[in-house]
Design a protein around this ligand. Structure first.
Ligand SMILES: Nc1ncnc2c1ncn2[C@@H]1O[C@H](COP(=O)(O)OP(=O)(O)O)[C@@H](O)[C@H]1O
Ligand SMILES: [Mg+2]
Length: 221
C-alpha cells in the first residue's frame, strides 16, 4: 500500500511553460523519498498532483494501481494521503487538539477509532504538552509538529511534506527530519520536497529524486 505511479505526466499552468514534462516513474510502497530541485522547478506541483489539488494536462497518475483524476472521491483520497503544507495551514485561533482531530471528523473513520488514532498520533510525536494550547501561541517548530500530527492522524499510507525547513532553524529542521524518519519507518511512503540540500540525510532506503527541466533523475543513498 502506498505505491505511486506517474505515466507520461505533463503539467503546465500556462501554455508557454511546461512545468512537468512527460514524466514517468514508479515509487514502490514505503521508503523515504527526498524530492529536490531549485525553487520553481515544480516540487510543489508534483505534491499537488499526488494530492489531487491539481490534475495533469496529460498522462496518468496511479495510487496502488488505481487511476486518480477528477472523478476520484476527494475525501477518501485525502484520508489516504497526508499533506504537510509549507505554511502549515492550521487554524490559528483553535487548539492543537482541535486542529489534529479535524481530519478524523471529515473522514469516515468510525467513532471508536477516532480516539485511538488521535491518542496514537499524540504519543508518536510526544506532543501531549501542546494539545491545549492555541496554535497562535506555538513556535514554528511546534506548529510544524501539529501540522504533521494532523497529516498522519488518519493513518495515511502516503505522507507528503513541502519544504519543512522553510521557517525553521537548522536544529529544529533536523529534529523534524528525525520525527519524519520515525514515522516513515512504520511503513508509509514519504515524499519530502526541499531545496535545502543540507537537509538530505543519508539513511538506508532513502531515495533522492532530482527534479530538473520537468524530469526526475533518481539516486539511491
Ligand atoms: N497555481 C499556479 N498558477 C500558475 N503558475 C504556477 C502555479 N503553481 C506553480 N506555478 C508555476 O509553476 C512552476 C513550478 O512551481 P512549483 O511547483 O511551486 O515549484 P517549487 O515548489 O519547486 O518551487 C513555477 O514557475 C511557478 O511559478
Ligand atoms: Mg514549492
Amino acid at each position: 500500500m502506498g505505491k505511486i505511479v506517474f505515466q507520461g505526466v505533463t503539467k503546465s499552468y500556462h501554455k508557454s511553460k511546461v512545468v512537468i514534462d512527460d514524466l514517468s516513474f514508479t515509487l514502490d510502497s514505503g521508503g523515504f523519498n527526498f524530492l529536490v530541485g531549485q525553487s520553481g522547478s515544480g516540487k510543489t506541483t508534483i505534491l499537488h498532483l499526488i494530492h489531487l489539488s491539481e490534475v495533469p494536462n496529460s498522462g496518468k497518475i496511479m495510487i496502488d494501481d488505481t487511476i486518480i483524476n477528477r472523478q476520484t472521491n476527494l475525501t477518501n483520497h485525502r484520508t489516504k494521503i497526508g499533506y504537510v503544507f509549507q505554511d502549515y495551514r492550521l487554524i490559528e485561533k483553535q487548539t492543537a487538539t482541535f486542529n489534529i482531530k479535524l481530519p478524523l471528523y471529515i473522514s469516515k473513520i468510525k467513532r471508536r477509532d477516532r480516539i485511538k488514532f488521535f491518542d496514537k498520533t499524540v504519543a508518536k510525536l510526544s506532543i501531549e504538552h501542546l494539545l491545549d494550547k492555541t496554535v497562535e501561541s506555538l513556535s514554528g517548530g511546534e506548529k510544524q509538529l501539529i501540522s504533521i500530527a494532523r497529516a498522519i492522524v488518519t493513518n495515511p499510507k502516503i505522507l507528503l511534506i513541502d519544504e519543512p525547513s522553510a521557517h525553521l532553524d537548522r536544529k529544529n529542521s533536523l529534529k523534524i527530519l528525525n520525527v519524519l524518519m520515525g514515522i516513515q519507518s512504520l511503513g508509509v511512503t514519504l515524499i519530502l520536497a526541499t531545496h535545502d540540500i543540507e537537509l538530505i540525510k543519508a539513511s538506508e532506503g532513502s531515495r533522492i529524486m532530482i527534479l530538473k527541466n520537468g524530469k526526475i533523475e533518481f539516486k539511491k543513498i
